[in-house]
Design a protein around this ligand. Structure first.
Ligand SMILES: [Zn+2]
Length: 431
């Protein structure tokens, strides 16, 4: 006797349905004189349930992969994108990690560990806030308002002390003393981070350093690669035509190659043409141009940054001009000097521009002498962990705050429990 005789197959049932079916079938089909037959029925039911569950995990995994933005290769930078290629096994591990985080917090292990790490410097990395659904598109960059509120309430009521980056520099130099010091940084200078995320931190009187990439402050266009990826996340497609400037342009391939081709195509155009092209692209993909009009994917303007800097709690620092750090000395200098010059010309910051953040967290030991030679005092990476006072100031560890991580995960991270685990498992950074 096969299950299909009862009109069911693996593609039609949900896991819940499979269980109900199994119970019903077992009750009806059980043979009190034939335990081998009963066992066989049970095994078939479990097999059916597992097949369906596997299918669901596979579908979820595909959805996750679809939501993964492109454009980085470094291991540390991949953290930006979350665990986007998680398999069924990965989901199980995620569940186990959740239990571990909760256990560490509830039993006081995290608090005790934090006490032992009270002299270590914690640096947090935020990017921007989600206005609509960006936190589902890219949880490593866009964080929901609910999550920020949760984290800020925790920081406010906890034993941690939020200090400025300038105080952190003095702390690392042995010129100031703090217990449980935490520094808050925003990367890139996204418009929403300045207009919506920053006021939430200032309401708690928390100082914030914004590492600004100036190219998109100079050009009032959306951050093209992120906006196009967002649209392709909304409307996945392998190819489409865009009618622009009297010609039909064909773009096809996977998401990565489409985005790269579009970026290349836009290189020769002025801002007005780029905006026109993006509107035509939205039309072609059948997505709303609201993402452009609302400026959800724009950087802040210099005026918006200047307004934010009226607060003494707000500090702006260096993040390269075009969000890349080449390895040859001349290009490193050019990227950082242009970034610095543009901010000095337009914003007249009160703090010296001597703190730097590696774009996408990608750094190499070759960068350090060059950064030193141009007067950089601290540089932050995306290598996860908390910093001992002996840490090299140009490779400071920093913890990316992600929308898809729980508050327990956050607490365990900043308490240094994960650092202890990395040391135990030999996975601590040795670069
Ligand atoms: Zn960045």
């Amino acid at each position: 006797m096969a299950f299909n005789e009862r009109g069911m197959n693996a593609s039609q049932v949900t896991p819940k349905g499979a269980v109900e079916f199994l119970i019903r079938f077992y009750r009806q089909g059980v043979d009190p004189n034939n335990n081998r037959y009963n066992l066989w029925v049970l095994c078939q039911g479990v097999k059916l349930f597992c097949a369906k569950l596997k299918m669901q995990l596979y579908t979820m995994n595909l959805r996750k992969m679809n939501s993964r933005p492109i454009g980085v290769s470094s291991k540390s930078a991949l953290k930006l994108f979350g665990n986007s290629t998680r398999s069924g096994w990965g989901f199980l591990m995620q569940g186990l990690r959740g239990i571990f985080f909760s256990f560490s917090v509830r039993t006081g292990i995290a608090r005790l560990n934090s006490f032992f790490n009270r002299d270590k410097l914690i640096i947090l990395c935020f990017h921007s806030i989600s206005q609509k659904d960006e936190h589902r598109f890219w949880p490593g960059v866009f964080i929901s308002k609910e999550k920020v509120t949760q984290l800020l309430d925790y920081l406010q009521s906890s034993h941690f002390n939020v200090i400025s980056l300038q105080d952190a520099e003095r702390y690392l130099n042995g010129e100031a003393q703090f217990k449980y010091p935490v520094v808050i940084t925003f990367d890139d200078g996204w418009r929403s981070s300045v207009t919506d995320l920053l006021p939430m931190f200032l309401a708690h009187s928390f100082p914030v350093t914004i590492y600004v990439t100036t190219y998109y402050c100079d050009h009032e266009i959306p951050v093209v690669n992120v906006l196009v990826q967002y649209w392709l996340w909304l409307k996945p497609t392998g190819g489409f035509d865009v009618a622009f400037d009297g010609t039909t342009h064909r773009f096809s391939g996977d998401r990565s190659s489409i985005v790269k081709t579009i970026e290349l195509f836009l290189k020769g155009l002025v801002d007005e043409q780029k905006n026109e092209f993006l509107l035509a692209l939205a039309d072609s993909l059948g997505v709303s141009d609201e993402a452009i009009k609302s400026k959800r994917f724009h950087n802040a303007t210099y005026e918006e940054l200047a307004k934010a800097m009226l607060s003494p709690l707000v500090d702006i620092q260096l993040h390269t001009h075009t969000h890349q750090l080449p390895t040859d000395n001349k290009s490193i200098k050019k990227e950082i000097q242009t970034n610095r010059d543009r901010m000095l010309e337009t914003l007249s910051p009160s703090n010296p521009l001597v703190h730097f953040c590696y774009p996408s967290g990608i750094w190499s030991p070759e960068h350090l002498p060059e950064l030193e030679s141009i007067g950089i005092k601290t540089a932050t990476t995306l290598d996860e962990g908390i910093n001992a006072k002996t840490e090299h100031p140009l490779k400071l560890k920093r913890n990316l705050v992600m929308d898809n991580r729980t508050l327990d995960h956050f607490v365990v991270t900043i308490s240094g429990v994960l650092d202890a685990l990395r040391r135990l498992t030999g996975k601590a950074s040795t670069r």
